[in-house]
Design a protein around this ligand. Structure first.
Ligand SMILES: C[S@@+](CC[C@H](N)C(=O)[O-])C[C@H]1O[C@@H](n2cnc3c(N)ncnc32)[C@H](O)[C@@H]1O
Length: 264
């Protein structure tokens, strides 16, 4: 939320990327432009769609729901592939920026946005998406919100539709990172100091460390509702889950994993 509010005070989109770009992609540097930022999404979107088996001739007529779109880094590429893209985010400021980004680099006539005002439900009808996709978002939510949004992804997916959802795995650094993240998020609420802290990368980055969910915590409650469950990980990762076929792709961050499944 705080990073989004910062974006509302900044006039240039490039300035937004330079101050908040780290939130979306760790490769960002101080001089990154919005165009370069979108290019990182342009490379990732076709890679993930292809590897997860989500790319086919029907995409032009399909609807993709993106949970946690941010300022539209990947949304632009999605609008070039799918007939309708419903970009959802907790932060209304980011949604405005997402419209601007897609107007500049994507196909704005294919974009709709949904504000996830309460952080855990999608204001969308059931069975309305061919694909529900989320990247680097659930790790930044409260664990309960991440689990609720995971169920929401399955609810909005049509029977036979797919979910492709990204999570962060546990690591030994979490003993330090998660409590520090919680402390920093509390400090964000302090008037003046909070605004200053959120503008500093190191604190903003710590503040976004929110949860780590195990694959079984995600798959367990949903297993009656999904089939053909795949857990995608980096070859260096050992993450695994019950009822999930493990698949590997070098392009996945070694601290991340994905659950890709078909809705029943
Ligand atoms: C790190 S950014 C990732 C954006 C985009 N997926 C990308 O890869 O560029 C995480 C996004 O998740 C959004 N977010 C965090 N918690 C959320 C929630 N509970 N519901 C919806 N969006 C949320 C944030 O506002 C932010 O835009």
């Amino acid at each position: 939320m705080t990073a989004g509010r910062v974006t509302e005070q900044q006039s240039s989109a490039d300035e937004v990327v330079q101050s908040t770009g780290w939130v979306f992609n760790n490769e960002t540097g101080a001089a990154l432009t919005l165009e370069q930022f979108v290019e990182t999404g342009d490379r990732e979107v076709p890679a993930y769609l292809t590897v997860f088996g989500l790319r086919d001739e029907a995409n032009e007529d399909e609807t993709l729901v993106e949970i946690g779109c941010g300022i539209g880094r990947m949304t632009c590429a999605f609008t070039r592939v799918f007939g309708t893209v419903v970009a959802c985010d907790l932060d209304a400021g980011f949604l405005e920026r997402c419209h601007e980004t897609v107007a500049a680099f994507g196909q704005p006539d294919r974009l709709k946005t949904v504000h996830v005002a309460n952080g855990h439900t999608l204001d969308l009808p059931p069975n309305s998406a061919d694909i529900a996709f989320s990247y680097i978002t659930f790790q930044h939510c409260d664990a309960d919100d991440a689990l609720d949004l995971t169920s929401e992804a399955v609810r909005v997916a049509k029977p036979g539709g797919k979910v492709a959802l990204n999570y962060r795995s546990r690591s030994r650094y979490d003993v330090v990172l998660l409590p520090l993240g919680s402390l920093v998020r509390q400090m964000f609420r302090i008037p003046k100091l909070g605004g200053w802290l959120s503008s500093k990368r190191v604190f903003a980055r710590l503040g976004w460390q929110a949860n780590r969910l195990e694959p079984n915590e995600i798959i367990g409650p949903l297993s009656p509702l999904i089939r053909d469950i795949e857990l995608w990980r980096n070859p260096k990762s050992k993450t695994s889950g019950h009822r999930a076929t493990v698949k590997e792709f070098e392009g996945i961050n070694k601290h991340h994993y994905w659950i890709v499944a078909t809705a029943r």
